[in-house]
Design a protein around this ligand. Structure first.
Ligand code: GLA
Length: 381
């Protein structure tokens, strides 16, 4: 440990502790920025933050114990930084300053047991933890929705990913034992008590993160907007894919490229799958719930084109196993994790077999963990 870090750690007295979890998403992928439905939940892996008001008037010091890195910035003069993880932090501060005054200089120590870059949204966990912590430390009285939107805008403006609202919303609003049905048209949610027993939620991490992820993400967003704009030329009541019916889309098939048509068809179908999945949860039909997860994956693979060979391999591998109800890629795609519903007695064997097969095929070690729907961003002592 370098001297600067050691002395910062030694002198630090925490005034406030916040934990901010990662998230999973059962179904409803790439629907959030199309004003559709999603079904996420926070997980029991998280980033923790210790905050204090800074002794300096303007200088903020942030330490990541995970990266063993420390950086400083002036609260009066925030600009985009080179390291992405730093931008999640300064981005939130800058976006907060746009709507409220009263944020003084602060110091923060950040620790994490969340796997980074694996599709469980460590980025949203970081943004939301900072927003939540500063709101409490400086008694800013921001609403949870304001903090969610600030965190999302930080990612747009400071990191350059034009993400939807799902991650930040799930991270902030989740409750233990429940999944969240979020309607991204109106940004309102309902909790659905979820019991998966005897099945458990297993994440398999491909440990790849193809670098197309961010650029392709923004391209998908533009492709969907293109379809909306094409239809809107004739029907000005259409402002997102949420307003488009299957029949309408069909009528525009000739005016759209195959890709544009497939992207939009996927989104319309995925929205229906989310609502069907919610019914399955309510009636305890986990088998059907799992089939919807597979269908979602195939849509992401063939129509939306955001999967990758590593993710497809894991989903294909799970499909041959009767103890697995459902499996799909999760998050933006091009790497990260698959989410799987596996019988609790079959998890160990399956993970062993999948790891062996994955290693043989790609030469990469698979990692995995079991998780449960958990509490969102909150204070702890
Ligand atoms: C990323 C984004 C989310 C969402 C998913 C795909 O996680 O941050 O807003 O669009 O991808 O569903």
């Amino acid at each position: 440990m370098n001297k600067q870090i050691a002395s910062f750690l030694n002198s630090f007295e925490s005034q406030l502790k916040v934990m901010s979890p990662g998230r999973i998403n059962f179904i409803g992928e790439h629907t959030d920025y199309n004003n559709g439905f999603v079904l996420p939940a926070a997980i029991d892996k998280k980033i923790t933050f210790s905050f204090r008001k800074s002794v300096s008037k303007t200088q903020c010091t942030i330490l990541s114990t995970t990266y063993q890195k420390l950086f400083t910035f002036s609260i009066d003069k925030i600009s985009i930084r080179e390291a992405t993880w730093e931008n999640y932090i300064v981005g939130v501060v800058a976006e907060m300053q746009k709507i409220i005054s009263g944020i003084g200089a602060f110091d923060c120590i950040i620790d994490s047991d969340l796997p980074l870059g694996s599709g469980v949204s460590s980025s949203a966990a970081l943004e939301c933890g900072i927003a939540y912590g500063l709101n409490a430390l400086f008694k800013l009285n921001l609403s949870t929705l304001q903090m969610i939107e600030i965190s999302q805008r930080a990612e747009h403006e400071y990191v350059g990913t034009k993400c939807g609202i799902m991650d930040q919303y799930a991270v902030m609003k989740s409750k233990e034992g429940a999944v969240l049905l979020l309607d991204c048209l109106i940004n309102k949610h309902s909790y659905i008590e979820a019991s998966f027993d005897p099945y458990v939620i297993v994440l398999l991490n491909t440990n790849v993160s193809h670098n197309l992820a961010s650029s392709e993400y923004n391209t998908r967003r533009e492709e969907c907007e293109f379809v909306v704009n094409t239809i809107r030329k004739d029907s000005n009541n259409v402002s997102s894919l949420r307003d488009v019916t299957f029949l309408q889309l069909q009528q525009y098939k000739d005016q759209l490229s195959k890709n544009h048509y497939e992207r939009a068809a996927y989104v319309l179908e995925e929205n229906e799958r989310v609502l069907a999945a919610v019914e399955c949860l309510k009636t305890g039909n986990l088998k059907q719930f799992g089939s919807l997860m597979y269908a979602s994956h195939r849509g992401l693979q063939y129509q939306y084109d955001v999967s990758c060979p590593e993710l497809d391999f894991l989903v294909d591998f799970s499909e041959t196993n009767k103890e697995i109800l459902g499996s799909r890629m999760m998050g933006g795609g091009f790497g990260g994790c698959t989410i799987n519903l596996i019988h609790k007695n079959a998890v160990d064997d399956f993970v062993k077999e999948a790891s062996k097969a994955y290693k043989e095929k790609f030469g990469i070690a698979l990692t995995s963990f079991v998780t449960v729907p958990s509490q969102g961003t909150s204070m702890y002592s």
